[in-house]
Design a protein around this ligand. Sequence first.
Ligand SMILES: Nc1ncnc2c1ncn2[C@@H]1O[C@H](COP(=O)(O)OP(=O)(O)O)[C@@H](O)[C@H]1O
Ligand SMILES: [Mg+2]
Length: 284
Amino acid sequence: MPRPNAPSARRASAPRILAVVNQKGGVGKTTTAVNLAASVAAAEQRTLIVDMDPQGNASSGVGVKARGLELTVYDALIGRAKLRDVIVPTDVPGLMIAPATQDLVAAELELVDDPERAMRLKKVLAEALAEESFDYVFIDCPPSLGLLTVNALAAADRVLVPLQCEYYALEGLTHLMATIDRVKNGINPTLGVQGVVLTMFDSRNNLAHQVAEEVRRHFHVFEAVIPRNVRLSEAPSHGKPVILYDIQSKGAQGYLSLARELLQEDAAAGSAASQVRARQGGAS
Ligand SMILES: Nc1ncnc2c1ncn2[C@@H]1O[C@H](COP(=O)(O)OP(=O)(O)O)[C@@H](O)[C@H]1O
Ligand SMILES: [Mg+2]
């Protein structure tokens, strides 16, 4: 019998898997993946970050240094290791990460002849999740719509799109939604878009407000808006999510609000099955 309080006994259900995607670089994908994951973990949800970007910024952002690593996501994708053995803990209780390094660049080339190459992450993640239970998985994607991002979209239930409110933001968004539709029509029919997260928002900038309004007309946009905040850009150099670096900062508060909103949406969307699950969890 598992102990009632053992982490692996807490949730019998499948975790929610979110891919953090935008083909544009520098829009706040990694900042969102790291800080939303940390905020969700702070709400006592067992959370995993999967770093699918060879730049490894999510890994260094939670204090995992490339040099000390024996195994990374690359090893799991090419079938040389189990993803479970790649996962390491972070300083945030309940937050783990499957880290990546530059090696990951090679995965795209090495998998080119594999007919199942788009499904590698889905497969290894499913194996890992069968052995270790998580409530949330956030997949940080590289700034492209190449094979690594397609793997993330194949493995995910839903997509989170960080968006910087600039002039061309909507154009990029349209292109991204077309890619998501292609994935839905092909390898992952149940993929959905959870919503757009407005990042680096400058409320004194009129254009930012106009772009935000336009995006809201077409997509579900989270009410929690992430302001431009220097603490968010400083935290990664300390290897910490912002809630461990300066929890009072506007940036930290923004991601904590976003986490609350996400958890509320998920609770509201919860099926009868998840209500039963919650009752079982409460009873144990
Ligand atoms: N809300 C914010 N306020 C200030 N700087 C931010 C904010 N979000 C991200 N940054 C900084 O902007 C840069 C790009 O963000 P990042 O999350 O790495 O984007 P991406 O992963 O999409 O390339 C990083 O230096 C990051 O620290
Ligand atoms: Mg990034």
